[in-house]
Design a protein. Sequence first.
Length: 162
Amino acid sequence: MHLFRCFLIYLGEKHIINNPLQNNWNDIKKTENKKRILVVDDEDLFRDTLKHLLEDTKLYSVQTAQDGETAINLLKQQSFDLLVTDYNMPEMNGFELFKRCRTVRSNLPVIFMTGESFYDGMIEEANSQGNVNFIYKPFDVECLIKIVDLSIRLNTIRIGKD
């Protein structure tokens, strides 16, 4: 519910970042090619809200999946610049999705979201495999957008593509 309230506040504002990072925000808005993001969450309202929040920045094209199997199939068929996944999902949790994702797209940056906690050692194991970030629900929308942007930028630098 917290994210939904942020969504409503965000829709009413013209500028969502009023701090020293504003210049970076203006710079990235000039980007012509939208980055592609896959959002995976079993909660429909949260998944759809997150899609709209990211697409409203005009920087990203977002596709969604309700579970890990659907996400893996999409990753096999399409190219994405970032995977944003819920950690606690039925059948295949976010970490299992992450491990399977690494066999399909080894360099894809991943952001894990959770409203609970990550199990011991999971953060260290995931971090050892590349560009991975973590965010706890409920989260600040501006914070999420900054993490999304940084994850994509770091990966672009890391693999040397433009």
